[in-house]
Design a protein around this ligand. Structure first.
Ligand code: NDP
Length: 501
């Protein structure tokens, strides 16, 4: 084992056989093919994974449907289901380091970031375990009271059925559990399609689901390609709901495909989130806050704060401060505890980001820091800050999904709100100011699903997360998160006043 490699059990798991998880059991794909998984820090192949196809999705959906119709999960008493989700949370606590190391190997992210993400999945599982025993309907009879007709009227809340879960590569275990926990709390059965670039932590978690006591067929995991297994899941007529996290372009395709049987759809998509620094902001908070708002996870975060707006008096100081911060970040392999910035996920993503760096320069923007690849191995790119940008440039309008910040000086609050809202997205927004008054006034006017004041990027299971505009549909987390996997039924009972025997 070399320095900064994963631990031996994790290496053995990665090098082992990876199949398809259906009905609580492992099997090979129908087509018998595998695909390679790479370490983004070196570009080398680290694992071979069974390639699920449409036939495997068919089998997984059939297993999920059977489990649902036989009420293997949602037919259990709520207390029992809550126990199982708590079991899973406790097992995740035991396996936290392993799950984090798997995501580091697969995705390249720094180990501290991976551990934080696993911690957030444990919080999700506990939060939704607690919610299972709180699911109720409402008695609406009083609102229907009438002299002519006596009615008893109530609502009940039911699981939507079989949910297709499609997850991206930028936060593999985090984006799995943010969907799985509320879907299970609602009582659904699931078919999960992990990203082809990072399937390993979902596959490791499959055995943990069995150990926790989730009945066979309730969670099925089919690794494979988006255009093949993913598309088959979205097209499938026996899937009732799709929850997707990924690019806006793929999200739009999913909406079209889901129209076949009018599946319910939740979409967590892209962003070009603004971060605003007022002249009165505390630079000790604003500079590292804005810097890590974009550079965390190498900018591969849907709510990355990629557009910086600074009031004119402070502009030079804040941009210089963020650039110095960027230069001081340690770039390296995720398993090195000193690493703050890991590689991008793939050669394709590195080339895409490099393309934007070239476009920025050719559009006339100025590179303040960064602007090039880093090192000779893997897919590393320097954290980059562009100045001299204008609102028409592609680097200002498009989601780059890399460590690239574009900085613009601004005048006053109206200027800030107008420029910050000049985007088709609306996922996150950051505001740095010492004025409580300004903070609230701007927060109210920004068109974004999540606003952070004097910090950036906090997520919590109790706080709904999602976007305006082309950043998506619906919300995850909170009570909204479980509602996304439920149907509401209204029941009208006609009471017969004459029945007095
Ligand atoms: P996608 O949005 O295409 O992929 C996300 C997930 O969707 C993956 O599991 C993918 O499978 C799956 N998928 C792809 N096509 C389909 C389909 N037709 N039907 C069902 N599922 C599908 O992102 P990419 O990985 O291709 O990355 C492209 C760009 O998207 C990135 O450069 C980045 O800019 C952005 N992105 C944004 C994310 C966000 O959270 N906002 C997350 C990830 C990417 P597979 O991986 O097997 O192809």
């Amino acid at each position: 084992m070399a320095l900064h490699d994963p631990s031996t059990p994790v290496s053995e798991f990665i090098a082992g056989k990876h199949g398809i998880f259906i009905d609580g059991e492992w099997r090979d794909g129908e087509g018998g093919e595998t695909f390679d998984v790479h370490d983004p820090a070196t570009g080398t192949t680290i694992a071979k994974v069974a390639r699920g196809t449409a036939a495997d999705i068919d089998r997984a959906v059939a297993a999920a449907r059977r489990a649902f119709e036989e009420r293997r999960w949602h037919g259990l008493p709520p207390e029992k289901r809550a126990d199982v989700l708590w079991n899973l949370a406790r097992i995740f606590e035991r396996e936290a380091r392993t799950l984090a190391e798997i995501d580091v190997a697969d995705n390249g992210m720094p180990i501290a970031f991976a551990e934080w993400m696993v911690g957030s999945t444990i919080a999700q599982l506990k939060y939704y375990a607690g919610m299972i025993t709180k699911v109720t309907g409402r008695n609406v009879s009083p609102a229907l009271a009438s002299d002519q007709l006596r009615m008893h009227a109530y609502t009940s809340v039911e699981p939507v059925g079989v949910a297709g879960i499609i997850i991206p590569w930028n936060g593999p275990i985090g984006t799995l559990i943010i969907k799985l926990a509320p879907a299970l709390a609602a009582g659904c059965s699931l078919v999960v399609k992990p990203a082809e670039l990072t399937p390993l932590s979902a596959l490791y978690a499959a055995d943990l689901m069995n150990e926790a006591g989730i009945p066979p067929g309730v969670v099925n995991i089919v690794p494979g390609f988006g255009h093949d297994a993913g598309q088959a899941l979205v097209d499938h007529p026996d899937v009732d709901k799709v929850s997707f996290t990924g690019s806006t372009a793929t999200g739009k395709k999913i909406v079209q495909s889901a129209a076949g049987n009018l599946k319910r759809v939740t979409l967590e998509l892209g962003g070009k989130s603004p971060v605003v620094v007022f002249d009165d902001a505390d630079p000790e908070i604003a500079i590292p806050g804005a810097a890590m708002g974009i550079f965390a996870n190498t900018g591969q975060v849907c709510f990355a704060g990629s557009r910086l707006f600074v009031q004119k008096k402070s502009y030079d100081k804040v941009v210089a401060g963020i650039s110095d911060f960027a230069k001081g970040l340690t770039i390296g392999k995720g398993m090195d505890p000193a690493t703050q910035i890991g590689p991008l996920i793939s050669a394709g993503q590195r080339d895409k980001v490099a393309g934007y760096l070239e476009t920025g320069v050719s559009e006339g923007a100025e590179i303040v820091t960064g602007g090039a690849a880093h090192g000779n191995h893997g897919y590393f790119v320097q954290p980059t800050v562009f100045a001299n940008v204008d609102a028409s440039m592609r680097i200002v309008r498009e989601e780059i999904f890399g460590p690239v910040l574009v900085a613009t000086p601004v005048e006053d609050m109206d200027d800030i709100v107008r420029m910050a809202n000049d985007t088709r997205y609306g996922l996150g927004a950051g505001i740095f100011t010492t004025s409580v008054n300004k903070a609230h006034l701007v927060a109210e006017r920004l068109r974004a699903g999540n606003v952070w004041i004097n910090g950036y990027g906090m997520m919590h299971p109790a706080m709904p997360f999602g976007g305006y505009g082309e950043s998506g549909w619906g919300r995850e987390n909170g009570t909204e998160g479980i509602s996304a996997y439920q149907e509401t039924k209204s029941v009208f009972v006609y009471l017969n006043e004459n029945d007095r025997t």
